[in-house]
Design a protein around this ligand. Structure first.
Ligand code: NAP
Length: 451
């Protein structure tokens, strides 16, 4: 095939950029148009990765190089499904790859979940990272006791930002409004609650160790909570369980800690599920129930024992995992929160729609680290090239086919040079404060930088 393959990528996070990279390196002539709802690219690397983990943001340098290819174009501030219909895109491109991530949260499904003072981790993470959708959220950091439901790495991020001395965040790219609120924080005690046991916690050990060694913070665990059943011991002894085994060793050393009254405290609670978030007008506490584990090694589930207990707290963060959102006109697996697909080909019951592909969290669910998306996107691009190799390739005009729609939009469409102007302005604002960047947190501010 000598004329270029036109590919649209919807979403500019890691999975979208890895798909672009794989296409550019495929040896095929290709033209890529990437669409992004926000004026700024990089998805969760910009607005999910914690500000005190700047190293993880280095992948942006790789994404910038990909974006610099002459075969790559960026269209920011464009929402597919609203500004451009999915079907219009499908007709314009040989392949459309949805790489929109998992944009919402799972719900626990208990009463009080929507009380004032009960928040999703996504809101808090978006707020401290300056995401425009969460700019105007507020969190009552005058509360002394906070509960976080869930024991994954997002819970660790939330807990660390709540407990880390604020001065250690000042030279990060944390949003200024969050820095201001955190500097007034009265939070003293954060409970990190898991429905299963210490052998099943999903933290990565590096993140757990960092949390357990924060300055001015003591981590605690009731030693009795670390007693393992034979099934849990089997799990930890398995060669594939090295992360869980290392976590368990860290929990062991935490259990030996003695809380100090002059320090903030992080307390890990295992085998407990909230059954109600209590409060009249706002959160006053949690009612939890003790669990036991049931099932085979590696598929043990939490089963309530009927033994309830109370925790008084003024703020709750639900950090129980993200969920993909449906896209109008495309099939959706509501149980997994993904677009049903086979090796990235979107379709139901093994029948691909044709021309529509998916990658990243919207393909496999919200798991893994940034790099995990590379293999995922490689698989999706392999499917595209295989399909195009088999079919008699129809004519697709790419951008030329939707130019009229794009130019008819009554809003600024952000190109790469516009993004670079936003980027430069953010870096300049940051330099004045000793930060790598000070993000714009409102879309109008971002657009006002565009030449
Ligand atoms: P996660 O790792 O899947 O953890 C979700 C937690 O919520 C688990 O403890 C889970 O328990 C619990 N949970 C789920 N449903 C629940 C319910 N109904 N009631 C109570 N607890 C419930 O998800 P995540 O923390 O959102 O992280 C998403 C992905 O991003 C992960 O792959 C994570 O490693 C990655 N991430 C990485 C970093 C980093 O590398 N620094 C930072 C942030 C996120 P069960 O185990 O019982 O299901």
């Amino acid at each position: 095939m000598s004329s270029p393959i036109h590919v649209a990528i919807v979403g500019s996070g890691p999975s979208g950029f890895y798909a672009a990279d794989t296409l550019l390196k495929s040896g095929q002539p290709v033209l890529i148009d990437m669409f992004e709802r926000l004026p700024t690219p990089f998805g969760l690397v910009r607005s999910g990765v914690a500000p005190d983990h700047q190293k993880l943001k280095q992948s942006i340098q790789v994404f910038e190089q990909i974006a610099g290819s002459p075969a790559f174009n960026f269209f920011g501030n464009v929402t597919i499904g609203e500004d451009i219909k999915v079907e219009e895109l499908r007709q314009a491109y040989h392949a459309v790859i949805f790489a929109c991530g998992a944009q919402t949260d799972r719900r626990i499904g208990i009463s009080g979940e929507d009380l004032s003072g009960s928040h999703t981790a996504t809101e808090f993470v978006g707020w401290y990272n300056g995401h425009p959708d969460y700019r105007d959220r507020s969190f009552d950091l005058q509360q002394e006791v906070v509960a976080i439901i869930g024991q994954g790495n997002v819970a660790v991020d939330v807990c660390r930002i709540l407990t880390r001395p604020v001065d250690e965040l000042r030279s990060s790219d944390i949003a200024e409004h969050a820095l201001e609120a955190l500097s007034q924080s009265r939070v003293r005690e954060v409970h990190v609650i898991g429905r299963r046991g210490p052998a099943q916690a999903k933290f990565t050990t590096k993140e757990l160790r960092e949390l357990a060694s924060l300055t001015g913070v003591t981590a605690t665990i009731e030693p009795a909570q670390l007693r393992l059943s034979p099934v849990c011991e089997t799990e930890l002894a398995h060669p594939t369980a090295s992360n869980a085994k290392k976590n368990f060793d860290v929990f062991g050393s935490i259990a030996a800690n003695v809380p100090a009254s002059d320090k903030r405290r992080i307390h890990f609670e295992f085998l407990a599920s909230p059954i109600e978030i209590r409060g009249k007008d706002r959160v006053e506490g949690l009612t939890l129930i003790r669990n036991r584990l049931s099932g085979e090694a590696f598929s043990q589930q939490a089963v309530a024992t009927g033994d309830p207990f109370e925790l008084s707290c003024g703020l709750v963060f639900r950090s129980i995992g993200y969920r993909g959102e449906p896209i109008a006109g495309l099939p959706f697996d509501a149980v997994k929160g993904v677009l049903p697909n086979q090796r990235g080909r979107v379709g139901q019951d093994g029948a691909p729609l044709g021309g529509i592909y998916v990658t990243g969290w919207l393909k496999r669910g919200p798991s893994g680290i940034i790099g995990t998306n590379r293999a995922d996107s490689i698989e999706t691009v392999e499917s595209i090239l295989e399909d195009l190799g088999k079919a008699t390739v129809w004519e697709a005009l790419g951008m030329a086919a939707i130019e009229t729609t794009i130019s008819g939009l009554r809003k600024k469409v952000v190109g790469l040079s516009d993004w670079r102007a936003i980027d430069a302005a953010e870096i300049e604002r940051g330099a004045a404060r000793g930060k790598p960047r000070e993000k714009f947190t409102r879309i109008e501010e971002m657009l006002s930088c565009c030449p």
